[in-house]
Ligand binder design. Structure first.
Ligand code: SF4
Ligand code: SF4
Length: 458
């Protein structure tokens, strides 16, 4: 702990070295464009309360793969240490799950520290050729819903031919190309659902006008979740605005240090919706919601967008958050099903939304809600972290799948497409069986009076 001791405060505020480095814009790991803030680093008192909630510390037990260790590395960078490969490795291994933010009694803004650090890494650290190529492929595909939708046809044929299941069984890909094996295991079973119209009218008296994010992975691979979301909102008295071509919200980019790209996506989304007359902007993907709520900070340096971005961000609501805020009025019909609810990290840790989905699910007559052990530990999805880090992601997925299966529930419910794909793959790997659904699909099934088979026999 000698190195950690060196960054401790003296009780009078910032440690001297950090104060000097942070305020003077010293050289070292970081340049002056949004360098990690020394005062936020100094808020960490090294108590270690965050360690047991950190998935990488749980996996490896290494101090530098814990929140406290990463904050220490950032402090060293601010004091003049260069951006070494080792430092980048520990930063890259962070899932950005924000469990440490929930756990920290000192209010350390690790979320902001890691976001600023990642942006520095992406700008200043030369990556190896393989890593560069993989990241280029990921970011040329995932934030583009139209490109993802082009994959539906080939993926459908691949699944129907039985090849996906066969390749999964042989485990050959795991040995030869773990990244491809992960993509193969994650690919969800496709369902054909018509695209939603541009505007859907509220049933009965209108209570709100709501813009809706259709998302990238959500719109390409989970169109049934979007369709359920639209039906719920309309049933609850909302006019729903769904302009086509709205593009990506930028979540994937900002969580991976690609700040300029995220800013471009954010401006486009604001342009698309800001004159629509919406009261709220609703999101059904946890990772997207947490980024959208930070648009004010993301575009704070842009005089043309700073105020508009803050206004937009103030309207953003997760679906469950909005339904509780306006108060559910649509009748719920009985749905006798046992549900294990999984807190997506970017809903629970990043947005503090845990009670609302549970309240909504408990409001469904006949539904029994069961809790999953160690709910604060990430399932290993974390945006594209599972693609970039296939082996540890599988280990975290297996851990989560075992906890889910131990509940004995027949349906796993969560509010993020990445978690659904990650846990589904891990459950299959363990030879277990559980149906999966988004919160929206459960509420939709209850409002429409469908039986549990609509969720469990898909
Ligand atoms: S964000 Fe998650 S993985 Fe990263 S340091 Fe915090 S708890 Fe660990
Ligand atoms: S819980 Fe907070 S103050 Fe304690 S070590 Fe972790 S980040 Fe630092």
């Amino acid at each position: 702990m000698a190195d950690l001791d060196a960054t401790r405060g003296t009780g009078s505020g910032l440690p001297d070295a950090l104060r000097a480095a942070g305020n003077a814009g010293a050289a070292g790991a970081f340049d002056d464009h949004h360098r990690p803030r020394a005062d936020q680093v100094a808020d960490c008192v090294h108590c270690g309360f965050c360690l047991t909630t950190c998935p990488t510390y749980v996996l490896w037990g290494e101090e530098m793969d814990s929140p406290r260790g990463r904050i220490h590395l950032i402090a060293q960078g601010l004091e003049g240490e260069p951006l070494s490969t080792s430092m980048v490795t520990h930063v890259d291994r962070c899932l950005g799950c924000m469990a440490c933010v929930t756990a920290c009694p000192s209010g350390v803004r690790y979320d902001q520290l890691i976001e600023d650090t990642r942006a520095q890494v992406e700008r200043r650290h030369p990556r190896g050729a393989r890593d560069r190529a993989l990241r280029a492929a990921i970011f040329a595909l995932f934030p583009y819903p139209r490109r993802l939708r082009l994959l539906r046809g080939p993926l459908w044929a691949y699944q129907r031919s039985g090849l996906q299941a066969l390749i999964g069984r042989t485990q050959l890909l795991e040995r030869l190309a773990p990244t491809l094996a992960t993509l193969n295991a994650l690919a969800p079973r496709l369902r054909g659902v018509p695209r939603p119209p541009r505007r859907v009218a509220a049933h009965g008296d209108r209570r709100a006008v709501v813009g809706m994010l259709t998302g990238c992975v959500q719109s390409a691979f989970f169109p049934d979740v979007n369709a359920a979301t639209v039906r719920i909102l309309a049933a609850e008295g909302c006019d729903v605005l769904i302009p086509p071509g709205q593009g990506c919200c930028g979540a994937l980019s900002v969580h991976n240090g690609r700040r300029a790209e995220a800013e471009r996506f954010a401006r486009r989304l604001i342009d698309t919706f800001e004159r629509s007359g919406m009261d709220y902007f609703v999101v059904n993907a946890a990772g997207c919601g947490s980024s959208l709520k930070e648009y004010g900070a993301l575009l704070a340096d842009d005089p043309a967008y700073a105020t508009r971005a803050a206004t937009f961000a103030a309207k953003v609501r997760d679906l469950a958050e909005l339904l509780i805020e306006i108060g559910p009025v649509a009748e719920r019909h009985p749905l006798p099903v046992t549900v294990a609810y999984h807190d997506a990290c970017h809903l629970g840790h990043a947005q503090g939304i845990r009670a609302q989905p549970r309240t909504l699910l408990r409001g469904v007559p006949g539904l029994e809600l069961r809790e999953i052990a160690d709910p604060e530990i990430c399932c290993g999805s974390a945006g594209v972290w599972n693609v970039l880090n296939p082996e540890p992601a599988a280990a975290l997925g297996d851990r989560k799948a075992a906890a889910v299966l131990a509940t004995g529930a027949s349906l796993l419910v969560t509010a993020n497409p990445g978690c659904l794909m990650q846990v589904a793959a891990a459950v299959r790997r363990q030879g277990g069986e559980i149906a999966l659904a988004h919160t929206a699909q459960v509420l939709d099934a209850s409002i429409r009076g469908l039986g549990p088979a609509a969720l469990t026999d898909r």
